[in-house]
Structures are given as structure tokens and as C-alpha cells.
Design a protein around this ligand. Structure first.
Ligand code: NCD
Length: 305
């Protein structure tokens, strides 16, 4: 049984195939509108979500399939003390594929261990978020037409931001990619990622606190929210939450072809005026999330009766 817990479980060929598929769906959605008839997706969300859960559900509906699930732990038997493994095993009797989100790192892996249907990690604590990365990759593909020869700036909470971790892993596979890691000292990329991914692959990277100083180099600027729910201290969160606020002024020296991405939700880190800049691509990214999840569901259900 194939699951998707970490983006690195997908080969570059599989990623390319899903991106091609997603682009084909965008061009000709009708062709796909009945392809999952009689199939069911379960969304098990033990943690809040808007885009991830609803784009998974919209994706399955647009493929002609059906959806069941829950959107908070309190309305499931988790509230009675049921283990994640038992919940997932149970839902496997009712659905053909499961997308799950959980506040604990490793929960999707545990959930998949006894599952009889594919389990897709829709975010596990501050760890990974592979389907957001597929969304980001589709957006980069559509905006830039390539994954190599790019300078990617990641800005904000690089410590707890799971989308950042998965995106760094995924982009580290491509040729001549450089990372510019922009964060407060307290929210730097975890050491394990730096050692086991970035340095191991000999990738060019710099760490800085200065967003404006590096702006002219960037092909992609990936802004992120400070992850309040992962902080041990509310005071610390309040101190760091507005470390970076992207405004139109700060874009003065940016490249004409810069793409500004954000997994959303935005709190305060991109001012509303930036939304009108043609380089702002985060709402295109939202829509791409639905198409790539359609391609992902097809990839995982193909061949399964
Ligand atoms: C992200 C997440 O849940 O990690 N949101 C999303 O899935 N688009 C980013 C975030 O919550 O900051």
C-alpha cells in the first residue's frame, strides 16, 4: 500500500507526472469529471484547515467522487481516547483514500501503519506538508516553467513552518537551486534539515534576518506565517509575530519576474496592497492546490479496485 507521508517518497518522475496531469485537468476539466465515480475520499482533520481540507474535498467532487470525514478532533472518537491508528484503520473500511491532518509530528506515519487504504499526510505538526509542496511546485511550474536555476527565498517562521520543510526537501533535488533563508534568529530552519538535506546535497544557501537586503536576488519569495500554535510561550509569539511584513515599498528592488508565494493563511506578513502587484501569486496557488490534489488522488487510486 502506497502512502504519502513525506514529499521525498515521491520520485521526480511521479511529481512530473502529477504536474502534467494537473495541467491537463486545468486545460480540460470535463475529461475528468466522472473518473472517480463510486470512489470515496475521507478527510480526517484533527487540526484546523480551510484550503487543504476544502481543496481535497473539491478535488474529489470534481472527479465525480464522494467525500466523508470530520474537521475537528472533538467531533470524532479521538475525543473518547481512540488512537490515530485505530481511527484510520476504521475509516479504511468506509473510504478508498484518506487525507489526514494532525497536530503531532509523525501522526500520519502512525496512522498509515495499519491502514488498508492510501493515507495522505495533510500536515503533521511542525514537520511536513507534502501536498502543500505539490501545490507550490505546480505554481512554480506554471509561473517559471522550470524547477532548476532558481533562487528561492523563504521568509518567516522557518522553524515550525511545515510547508517550508517539505518545500526545501523537494527543491533540493533540482539543479542549481539556491536557498535564501530569511528569519529571526529564533525561527531558523531546523538543524536536521540544514545538515541532512541542504548541506548534504551541497546546495548554496545563506541565512539572514534582512529581507530587503536579499530581495534583488530572488526568483521566488515564499512568505510564511509565524506558527502561533507551535509556540510554548504566547509572549514569545507576540514578540516575533510581526518580524516580517511584506509591503509594496519592500518590493522596490525586487525582480520584475519575481513570484510571491504564501501557503496561506496570511495573518499580517503580507500587506493587502501587495495583492494587486502582478507578482503576487498566492491566490493562484490556492486554486492550483485543488488541481494538484485531483492529480494526486488519481495517481494514488489508479490500479486500486
Ligand atoms: C499551512 C499549514 O497548514 O501548514 N496552511 C496550508 O495548509 N495551506 C500554513 C500555515 O498554516 O501557516
Amino acid at each position: 500500500m502506497k502512502h504519502l507521508i513525506d514529499i521525498m517518497e515521491l520520485s521526480t518522475e511521479e511529481i512530473d507526472r502529477m504536474i502534467m496531469r494537473a495541467n491537463d485537468i486545468i486545460d480540460d476539466p470535463k475529461k475528468y469529471s466522472h473518473i472517480c465515480q463510486g470512489r470515496k475520499l475521507a478527510t480526517l482533520f484533527f487540526e484546523p484547515s480551510t484550503r487543504t481540507r476544502l481543496s481535497f474535498e473539491a478535488a474529489m467532487y470534481e472527479l465525480g467522487g464522494n467525500v466523508l470525514g470530520f474537521s475537528e478532533a472533538q467531533s470524532s472518537s479521538a475525543a473518547k481516547g481512540e488512537s490515530v491508528a485505530d481511527t484510520v484503520r476504521t475509516v479504511g473500511s468506509y473510504a478508498d483514500i484518506i487525507a489526514m491532518r494532525h497536530p503531532k509530528e509523525g501522526a500520519a506515519l502512525v496512522g498509515s501503519s495499519k491502514s488498508t487504504v492510501p493515507v495522505i499526510n495533510a500536515g503533521d505538526g511542525g514537520h511536513n506538508h507534502p501536498t502543500q509542496t505539490l501545490t507550490d511546485l505546480l505554481t512554480i511550474n506554471r509561473e517559471k516553467g522550470r524547477f532548476d536555476n532558481l533562487t528561492v527565498g523563504l521568509c518567516g517562521d522557518l522553524k515550525f513552518g511545515r510547508t517550508v520543510h517539505s518545500l526545501i526537501s523537494a527543491m533540493s533535488r533540482y539543479e542549481n537551486v539556491s536557498f535564501v533563508l530569511i528569519s529571526p534568529e529564533e525561527l531558523k530552519v531546523p538543524e536536521y534539515l540544514k545538515e541532512e538535506v541542504i548541506k548534504k546535497k551541497g546546495i548554496n544557501f545563506v541565512e539572514t534576518t534582512d529581507l530587503e537586503g536579499v530581495m534583488p536576488q530572488l526568483d521566488i519569495l515564499y512568505m510564511t506565517r509565524v506558527q502561533r500554535e507551535r509556540f510554548f510561550s504566547e509572549q514569545e509569539y507576540i514578540r516575533l509575530k510581526d518580524s516580517y511584513i511584506l509591503t509594496t515599498d519592500k518590493l522596490a528592488n525586487a525582480k520584475e519576474e519575481l513570484s510571491i508565494l504564501h501557503p496561506l493563511p496570511r495573518v499580517n506578513e503580507i500587506s493587502l496592497s501587495v495583492d494587486d502587484d502582478p507578482r503576487a501569486k498566492y491566490f493562484e496557488q490556492v486554486l492550483n492546490g485543488k488541481y494538484i490534489r485531483m492529480a494526486l488522488i488519481l495517481e494514488f487510486l489508479e490500479g486500486i479496485k
